[in-house]
Design a protein around this ligand. Structure first.
Ligand SMILES: [Fe+2]
Ligand SMILES: [Fe+2]
Length: 198
């Protein structure tokens, strides 16, 4: 099993203080969400602490790390390498830390872009990363409205909608993986939406 204390120390010494504190709050928020949905609290904590571990590594190294997984590098990832810090962190976790659980690796891998294969833990991590209490880009009302929703899919869908409208305002292209994820969430929630006429 991965050594949590050593991972914590590694992340603490490699991230700026604000980002390290963000990682702790993301881990704590992910743990709370996992408690609510009956998912592993330990996996939530590890994913939260580790998710941004490659965020302050030089671009060339991030690309090299990300390129070591079996996936192609998409044009949009090459143009915006910051998108790759999740993939790079998953490679680091697997190769340097011996993390083998696909739940944890997928969650960390896709916390930046989202992905239809991110799994429930990945969805929780994505939500926690966006709404942890130190985030000032959202209002308290928005945070409360997310937490008020019953299902993980509904929470994630609402967050993606907010992100998409923000990206459109800034005229930044929405990533392919995020769009695929959104379409999957639309399908997952279709029955409820039809029933509720939302
Ligand atoms: Fe990140
Ligand atoms: Fe983050």
């Amino acid at each position: 099993m991965l050594n949590q204390t050593a991972l914590y120390e590694y992340v603490r010494t490699r991230l700026s203080l604000p980002r390290f504190l963000h990682s702790i709050r993301t881990a704590e928020t992910a743990v709370e969400l996992c408690r609510r949905y009956g998912l592993s609290l330990e996996e939530a904590y590890v994913s939260g602490i580790a998710h941004d571990m490659a965020r302050e590594i030089a671009v060339a190294q991030v690309m090299q790390l990300a390129n070591a997984d079996s996936l192609p590098l998409l044009e949009e990832e090459l143009q915006r390498p910051v998108l790759l810090h999740g993939r790079a962190a998953a490679v680091l976790l697997q190769t340097s830390w011996g993390e083998k659980r696909h739940t944890v690796l997928n969650a960390v891998r896709w916390h930046t872009q989202g992905h239809s294969d991110m799994g429930d833990l990945g969805k929780v991590l994505y939500i926690a990363d966006f709404i942890e209490p130190g985030r000032s880009h959202i209002t308290e009302d928005f945070r409360a409205s997310i937490l008020h929703l019953e299902s993980i899919d509904w929470m994630l869908k609402k967050i993606l909608e907010a992100q998409f409208s923000h990206l459109r305002e800034k005229q930044v292209e929405i990533s392919t993986y995020a769009l695929e994820l959104y379409n999957t969430l639309e399908e997952n929630t279709l029955e409820e939406r039809l029933y509720a006429k939302i």
